[in-house]
Design a protein around this ligand. Structure first.
Ligand SMILES: [Ca+2]
Ligand SMILES: [Ca+2]
Length: 189
């Protein structure tokens, strides 16, 4: 008499096939997620960059987050009239956060360069630390997404993609709980 339902061997086969399909599809899903993260960050970057450039054009200084805006420091100068001559903002509709990792540091704007930059990848520093000019740092970007962003903004820059061009990538360190930090450069070249 034919047995109803699955036999043990059939069940094992089904589980094995499902596991194989899952293994095959997981990298595809991960890759799509990394591309989505990169696309969103690139979009936010362009918006923040435009705001910083417009602020600088109006005021002649570089925007920063914390100066004279203790209560609401994020994107302070881009959102609030703090008495800087020439200010015609707000330059952004609101604050930006790192939507993919909201529990970690938000997006940070610095009014100086936070490291030495080798913009053309020839091994020689082109802009030094503390040169005026906005850096935008976005914390906790996974390395694959950071690489996609790099390939978009630093297409033809030779050398190590993590240390040359306009996109830098810094993995987590014992002194930095962020898993990744990417820096964008806005300055006069
Ligand atoms: Ca250089
Ligand atoms: Ca790079």
């Amino acid at each position: 008499m034919k047995q109803n339902g699955f036999t043990l061997i059939e069940l094992v086969l089904v589980i094995a096939i499902v596991a194989l399909l899952a293994a095959a599809i997981t990298p595809v899903i991960n890759s799509a997620r990394q591309r989505a993260i990169a696309a969103r960050i690139l979009q936010d970057y362009e918006t923040i960059k435009t705001a910083c450039v417009n602020f600088n054009s109006d005021t002649g200084v570089y925007a920063q987050q914390t100066y004279d805006c203790v209560a609401e420091p994020n994107f302070c100068h881009l959102l609030n009239d703090t008495g800087i001559p020439g200010w015609k903002g707000p330059y952004l509709a609101g604050e930006f956060s790192n939507d993919f990792f909201p529990d970690i540091d938000k997006v940070v704007i610095l009014p100086w360069l936070s490291r030495d930059w080798d913009l053309d990848g020839d091994g020689i520093t082109d802009k030094s630390m503390w040169t005026p000019g906005n850096d935008i740092g976005i914390a906790n970007i996974p390395e694959p997404a950071a690489k996609i962003i790099n390939d978009s903004l630093d297409q033809s820059i030779p050398g190590d993609w993590k240390t040359t061009g306009r996109v830098y990538f810094r993995p987590a360190s014992p002194h930095n709980t962020r898993t990744a930090l990417i820096l964008f450069l806005i300055s006069r070249r």
